[in-house]
Structure formats: C-alpha cells, structure tokens
Design a protein around this ligand. Sequence first.
Ligand code: ADP
Ligand code: MG
Length: 248
Amino acid sequence: MASDTDFLLALENVSVSFDGFKAVNGLNLYIDTGELRVIIGPNGAGKTTVLDLICGRTRVSEGSIKFKNQEITGRKEQEIVRLGIGRKFQTPTIYEDLTVFENLELSLPRGRSVVGALFWKRADEVIQRVHEIAATVFLADHVDRLAATLSHGQKQWLEIGMLLIQDPELLMLDEPVAGMSVSERAKTAELLNQIIKNRSVVVIEHDMKFVESIAHRVTVLHQGKVLAEGNMQRVQSDPKVKEVYLGH
Ligand code: ADP
Ligand code: MG
C-alpha cells in the first residue's frame, strides 16, 4: 500500500542516471504547504535536474515523486502543469515581440484570454487579472511595452508573472536573481515573500544574501544528495557544508 504524506511535495529515494552517472542519487525532499524552500549547492550538484524531475522534463530512474499525495512520476509536463506545478527556467522564456500585457494574457489557462472570451464581462475579468498580476511583479506601469524593451530584471519578473497568472500551488524558480541589480534582488525577495501566502515556492539560488532574506528552510545538495537541511544558521554552521560549498 502506498503511504500517504501530509507534504505538498514528497520526493522519496529519487535517482536519475545519465549514461551511468547518477546526477541525483537517492534523494529525499519534502516541501510543506506555504513553505519557501531554497536549494543551494555547488555547480553540478543536481539542483536543476531535481526541478527537471519534478516538472516531468526528465524521467526518474528510481523512486517516487508525490504532489498532494498523487504519484506524478511518469506524467507528461503539461499534465504536471495542470496539476498546479509551475516552473521558471534559468533564462527567461518570454515573447520578446509581444507586450507585457500580451505575454501575461497568453499565459492564462486556455479559453480565458480576451480573444477567447465570449462576453464582454469575461473579457473585463481577464483584463483585471492581467493588471493585478502586472502590479504584483512591479510592471503596472509597463503593460503596453514590448517585452524586448524591458530590463533583464523586469523580464525575469514578467516570467514569474506568467507563472503566477496560472495560480500554481507550487512554484519552482531556477536562479531567479541571476544578473539582477542589488535593488532588483531586494524587490524580488519582497515579491517571493508576498506570493508565498497562497502557495509553496522552491528556489534554487547562489546569492547567500538573497537566500537569507527569503528562505524558511535551506536544503544543501551535493552530488545528487541532501548534504544538510534546516534553517539558514544551522546550514551555514554545518562543517560539511562549509567544506563543500561555503568554504570556496
Ligand atoms: P546544478 O543545477 O546543481 O548546477 P545540474 O542539475 O544542472 O546541476 O547537473 C547535475 C549533473 O548532471 C551535471 O554533472 C550535469 O552535467 C549532469 N546532467 C544534467 N542534465 C543532464 C542531461 N540531460 N544529460 C546528461 N547529463 C546531465
Ligand atoms: Mg543549475
């Protein structure tokens, strides 16, 4: 009998091999509802691969991934999105030649766009929703701009907005502040602390100052396994962590 879990997301004994190399190796990871978890670890630790496994982009070789107690290993990427898992890649995947408004509108679940709406009232709701999300990601004054003209940081926010508009229960972000200015980083921390009210968030990040400003708990990944886990203080003072990661 499969065991039930109270966690929103539970990875148990998950492994994946690429030509015999175990990029993820017997990983256990549990995410609570409403939690903001940060995953850190040296390059090649398997962080991005873990997100690939959860969102169905890469197949697990072994183990179980449960989302709200449902086994999701083996499901297609689109199906996993529909179950409520959104994922942001390292480089923004936005439509450069469309406006901010259009990018957000396109990301609404199908049939809810202005064009797809049958009644003016419904179109009105769509417009409202797009403006609400634009405001959340600091783009309220930029809705009519072409995405190509946004700063790098604004593009990252737009992509987060494109995920938020789908209202995922679990949002996963791979290095969201890479290439951002100090003030953009601070605003992104503010954004994540705000959106956590309605969902769980998993963030992969290198910038320790940023991690400190957002993380509830930190998981340190090393060679495809959990090396340490806990609050920031505990993880930072762990001698194993110092050795493999924070030391250099
Ligand atoms: P991180 O995000 O922690 O820097 P990754 O998850 O990207 O690490 O990569 C972990 C290891 O797995 C690396 O050695 C990488 O080269 C390897 N790897 C990742 N994806 C693939 C793939 N699709 N095919 C082969 N090797 C891969
Ligand atoms: Mg990575």
